[in-house]
Design a protein around this ligand. Structure first.
Ligand SMILES: NC(=O)c1ccc[n+]([C@@H]2O[C@H](COP(=O)([O-])OP(=O)(O)OC[C@H]3O[C@@H](n4cnc5c(N)ncnc54)[C@H](O)[C@@H]3O)[C@@H](O)[C@H]2O)c1
Length: 455
C-alpha cells in the first residue's frame, strides 16, 4: 500500500493475476487503437520498453503507410516507424478481429464536438463496439481519449459487458488520460507521468503495472471518473488562463503597455505565477474543445459553468480583434482597406513546430479576412498543402507559397499567426510593408521596426 492507500500488489483475481505476470515479463501483447497524434507516440514508448504492439486504425491509408515504415506526422520520423516495423515489434491493421490476440487495448480515438458544440462520442462508441465482439477473459481495456466524467463506466462498460463478461471480474476497464504535448522535445510520452483510474481495484492495479513499464510513473486516483475529471481540469486551467491573458492584452494595449513585456517581468516571480501567452485565438483538438465536455455534463447536474463559457467567449473573439487591428493598420499606414488587400499569413498550424491544423485560428483568420474582401495566401513549411479539414473544406487544396522578398513585397501585409522556428523573421521584417505579429515572434528575434505591430 502507498500512503494514499493504493496497492501495488498483484490484483488477486485469477484472470488479472495471469495478465499481471504477462506484463511483468513483457510477454503481454499490447493493442493501441487510433494511430494519430496520441496513439503513435504511445506505440513508440511501449515498444521501446520491450513490449510488442499491434496498432489498430480505421484509416486504411494510415495502416498501409505505417506498415511500409512511413510516418504521416511531422514530429514523428519515418525512420522511427521503420525501425519498429523492421524489428517486428509493431504492425498496424484495420482488422479488429486481431483484438482477440492482444492482452491490453489502449484507446486513443478522437473526441470532438458536434456542430451544436456538444460532446461527440461517435469514435469512442464505434471503437468500443468494434472491440466488444473480440473481448475475452483477462483483457485490459484503457480509454485515453479526453472526455467527460462517466464515459468509461457509463458509456463503454455496458457495451463491453453485453457479451456476458463482467468488468472487474472477467475483463478490466480503466481510464488514463493522455498528456501528449506534440512537438515538445523535452517531454515525450515516456517522460510524462500518467494519471490512472480503474473500474475497480484490479483494473487500477493492472493499468499501473503496465504503464509503469513505459511512462515516468503512474498517479493512481480512486475512480475512472476522477481520472476523467483530472484531464478536463488540466485543459480547462489552460483555456481559462489563456483567456485571462488575452483579456489583459486588450486592456494593456489600450494603455500603451506591451503585454509580452509584462509577462516576461511577471514570470520572474518564483512562486504564485505561471506564464500563459496571448495569441490570435485558441487552436488544436484539446483546449478549444475539452472544456465544453464538462460544460455539457454539468448541465445534467443543473450547474452552469460560467467561468468556462466566459473563457470560451474571450478566446473565440481574438481572431476578430486581430482582423480589426490589421484593418486599422492598413488604413492608418497605407490608406488601404481590407477589401482587395493582399495578405500573407505566416503559419497555418495551431501552434509552433507541428503540422496539425485542427481548429487552427489561422483558418478562422483566413475566413474572416476573405469575408472582408481580402486576398489571402499562406506560408507554412510544415503544411505545404491543405489536405483535409473538417471545419473549412473550402480551403482544401490550397498550397503554401514560398517565403521570399519579392513575395513579401507583393503583399500589403504579413500576418504572423504561428511562430514556427526556422521562419526567416528578419526577411519578413525587412521586405514586408506591414507586419502584424500575434505571437511576439519579431521582438523575440530582436526585430523592432516601425512596420511591425503586435496584435
Ligand atoms: N493530440 C494531442 O496532443 C492530444 C493530447 C492529449 C489528449 N488528446 C486526446 O486524445 C484523443 C486522440 O487525439 P489525437 O490528436 O491523437 O487524434 P488523431 O485524429 O490524431 O488520431 C485519432 C486516430 O484514430 C483513428 N480512428 C478514428 N476512429 C477510429 C476507430 N473507430 N477505430 C480505430 N481508429 C479510429 C483515426 O483514423 C486517427 O488515426 C482525443 O480524445 C484527444 O482529445 C490529444
Amino acid at each position: 500500500m502507498d500512503d494514499k492507500g493504493f496497492s501495488n500488489a498483484a490484483p488477486g483475481n485469477a484472470e488479472a493475476d495471469k495478465l499481471h505476470r504477462r506484463i511483468q515479463t513483457r510477454e503481454a501483447r499490447i493493442g493501441v487503437v487510433g494511430l494519430g497524434y496520441v496513439g503513435l507516440p504511445l506505440v513508440r514508448a511501449i515498444v521501446k520498453s520491450g513490449f510488442s504492439v499491434v496498432g489498430f486504425d480505421i484509416d486504411p491509408k494510415k495502416v498501409e503507410m505505417l506498415n511500409a515504415g512511413r510516418s504521416y506526422i511531422h514530429h514523428i520520423p519515418s525512420a522511427m516507424i521503420a525501425e519498429l516495423v523492421e524489428a517486428k515489434r509493431f504492425r498496424a491493421t484495420a482488422n479488429f478481429s486481431d483484438i482477440e490476440a492482444v492482452d491490453a487495448v489502449l484507446i486513443c480515438v478522437p473526441t470532438p464536438l458536434t456542430r451544436q458544440r456538444e460532446p461527440d462520442l461517435t469514435y469512442v462508441v464505434g471503437t468500443t463496439e468494434a472491440v466488444a465482439p473480440y473481448l475475452r477473459p483477462g483483457q485490459l481495456i484503457v480509454l485515453e481519449s479526453t472526455t467527460y466524467p462517466g464515459t468509461t463506466r457509463d458509456v463503454m462498460k455496458p457495451i463491453l459487458e453485453k457479451g456476458g463478461l463482467k468488468s472487474g471480474v472477467d475483463f478490466f476497464l480503466a481510464y488514463s488520460p493522455e498528456r501528449e504535448d506534440p512537438g515538445n522535445a523535452e517531454y515525450d510520452a515516456a517522460r510524462i507521468p500518467k494519471v490512472v483510474g480503474g473500474d475497480g481495484p484490479a483494473a487500477l492495479s493492472l493499468t499501473r503495472a503496465l504503464y509503469d513499464r513505459f511512462v515516468a510513473g503512474t498517479v493512481p486516483v480512486s475512480s475512472a471518473e476522477t481520472a476523467e475529471a483530472v484531464k478536463l481540469t488540466e485543459n480547462i486551467f489552460r483555456a481559462v488562463n489563456i483567456a485571462l491573458v488575452n483579456e489583459l492584452k486588450l486592456v494593456f494595449e489600450a494603455m500603451g503597455i506591451d503585454v509580452w513585456e509584462v509577462i516576461e517581468a511577471a514570470k520572474t516571480k518564483p512562486f504564485g505565477y505561471m506564464p500563459f501567452y496571448p495569441g490570435p485565438g485558441l487552436g488544436g483538438h484539446c483546449i478549444p474543445i475539452d472544456p465544453f465536455y464538462l460544460t455539457w455534463k454539468a448541465r445534467e447536474h443543473g450547474i452552469t459553468t460560467r467561468f468556462i463559457e466566459l473563457a470560451g467567449e474571450v478566446n473565440t473573439s481574438m481572431p476578430r480583434h486581430v482582423v480589426e487591428k490589421l484593418a486599422q493598420a492598413l488604413s492608418d499606414r497605407q490608406a488601404k482597406s481590407l477589401k482587395g488587400a493582399r495578405i500573407l499569413l505566416i503559419g497555418l498550424a495551431y501552434k509552433k513546430n507541428i503540422d496539425d491544423t485542427r481548429e487552427s485560428p489561422s483558418l478562422k483568420l483566413m475566413e474572416l479576412l476573405e469575408a472582408r474582401g481580402a486576398e489571402v495566401s499562406y506560408h507554412d513549411p510544415l503544411v505545404p498543402e491543405i489536405l483535409s479539414l473538417r471545419e473549412h473544406p473550402e480551403f482544401v487544396g490550397r498550397r503554401s507559397v514560398p517565403l521570399d522578398a519579392a513575395g513579401l513585397k507583393s503583399h500589403d501585409a504579413t500576418l504572423i499567426c504561428t511562430d514556427h522556428d526556422g521562419i526567416d523573421y528578419r526577411l519578413i521584417a525587412a521586405a514586408s510593408p506591414l507586419v502584424v505579429d500575434t505571437r511576439n515572434a519579431c521582438a523575440r528575434a530582436g526585430l523592432h521596426a516601425a512596420n511591425i505591430i503586435k496584435a
